[in-house]
Design a protein around this ligand. Structure first.
Ligand code: FAD
Length: 408
């Protein structure tokens, strides 16, 4: 029987995890990863880069060192998907065939959707932890802040790590409060396009308390439209039912989380749903129209919260269902929407928000998950990066399933 060909497009958190797990499950498969980048970054660490806890280099590894042994790496990008012909064309024009395709390209950051932002970013206190090049500048900007509004924005969903836009606001507030004169001359504002502080009610309640305790001015339904660096102003459209109005907020520091979308190569392909993301079944992770295509990670069109943690919940399901598809068996594994957002509420404090599609808490630890804890800060700072590099990317099973009895 000819060797079955698996093509994984994207060698980020999702593609590497899927490749490692497939390789462990069935070493005889011919697995290829298509990935243009030389380096891979642990993006969840960028919040702590922006807060001066990590440096960027601590979040970087060489891609070559992460590709699982026995997996072929093609150092190019996918330029076109043709699922009817079962081919992917690479950036150099090479055509790759496959028996099964995994789409794991992550998402696209739409900096250009905010007028003035691409030029403003990286100067004059305009920063973003979502940009590898500018995460360290967030920390510089926080330290250089001399009063006025410290403004943090959050775009419409979906975005990756929906908690990250507010985590940095709490960390910056801690730094500002270390200097009472500066604190008296400052206002932290969190302006979000969402109608509430967080989409999962169980965790929104304690976050509202954090906001109130800190005196943060939280403004909802605020969609950032433009940045005017000359006058240090951010322009928002505020949506109120049928009406919308423009609001201009002056800033001394502006941390922007840009809108996000599926990469163009996916959005313009036959694989896309109307949203642009890959049109997969939210439980089986199989494409709704092309049975030999699967997707996971940020590019997959499921309604889960897009995080690296979600990949840990998705990968075992994806692998089991891909193998069932290869063997001609029914697809039986179901992804429950698991995601985890370590909601840092200050230096040394984190709410470990784990939840599923039903927005039910699914804690991995035998503790009330709605509480701010120092122990969960330690988990965020030390344990999760260790799990990522040493277990997840190497295809080890998801800890949540290996801790029976610990869930309430
Ligand atoms: C500031 C910040 C904070 C975050 N905090 C957390 C957190 O606390 N917890 C958490 O779990 N998650 C967090 N995340 C989210 C997490 O990093 C992502 O959800 C995760 O990386 C998704 O994995 P992915 O493989 O889908 O995408 P990525 O890891 O982004 O990888 C996508 C890969 O696809 C490649 N690619 C792109 N286009 C093509 C193409 N055309 N052809 C081939 N390859 C392509 C890219 O080069 C990249 O290597 C955070 C992210 C950011 C930016």
């Amino acid at each position: 029987m000819p060797q079955q060909q698996i093509l994984i497009v994207g060698g980020g958190a999702a593609g590497l995890t899927a490749a490692s797990q497939l390789r462990r499950a069935r070493p005889e498969l011919a697995i290829t990863i298509l990935e243009p980048a030389d380096d891979h970054y642990y993006q969840p660490g960028w919040t702590l880069v922006g807060a001066g806890v990590f440096n960027l280099e601590q979040t970087r590894r060489r891609e070559a060192d992460l590709i699982p042994a026995g997996v072929q790496w093609i150092h190019e990008a996918a330029a076109e998907f043709d699922p009817a012909a079962q081919t992917v064309t690479t950036s150099s024009g090479r055509q790759l065939g496959y028996d099964l395709l995994v789409v794991a390209t992550g998402l696209r950051l739409c900096w250009e959707a905010i007028e003035g932002l691409p030029d403003a970013l990286g100067e004059g206190g305009v920063c973003s932890n979502y940009s590898r090049q500018h995460a360290a500048y967030t920390w510089e900007s926080i330290q250089a802040f001399q009063g006025g509004n410290a403004l943090f924005t959050c775009p419409p969903m979906p975005i990756k790590c929906p908690g990250a836009p507010q985590k940095i606001a709490y960390l910056a507030d801690d730094v500002i409060r270390r200097d009472s004169a500066l604190a008296a001359a400052s206002q932290v504002i969190y302006a979000t396009a969402t109608p509430g502080i967080f989409g999962v009610p169980t965790y929104a309640a304690p976050l509202r308390e954090v906001v109130a305790r800190r005196g943060i001015d939280a403004r909802y339904n605020h969609v950032l439209k433009a940045v005017r660096p000359e006058s240090r102003e951010a322009v928002f459209m505020v949506n109120e039912g049928e009406q919308s109005r423009e609001v201009v907020i002056p800033y001394g520091l502006l941390h922007v989380t840009p809108p996000m979308a599926a990469p163009e190569v996916v959005a313009s392909s036959p694989l896309a749903a109307a949203s642009g993301f890959v049109d997969v079944d939210q439980y089986s992770l199989q494409h709704k129209r092309f049975a030999n295509v699967f997707a996971l990670g940020d590019v997959a069109g499921m309604p889960n919260s897009k995080t690296a943690a979600a990949v840990r919940g998705q990968a075992p399901v994806l692998v089991a269902n891909m193998l069932a598809q290869l063997d001609g068996h029914p697809l039986q594994e179901r992804y429950d929407g698991y995601s985890c957002c370590p909601l840092i509420t200050g230096y040394g404090r984190t709410i470990m928000a784990e939840f599923n599609y039903e927005q039910q808490p699914v804690p991995s630890f035998p503790l009330d998950p709605t509480k701010e804890r120092w122990s969960m800060w330690v988990v965020k700072k030390h344990l999760l990066p260790w799990i990522y590099w040493n277990r997840m990317l190497r295809g080890e099973p998801h800890e949540r399933h290996s801790m029976p009895g610990l869930r309430p």
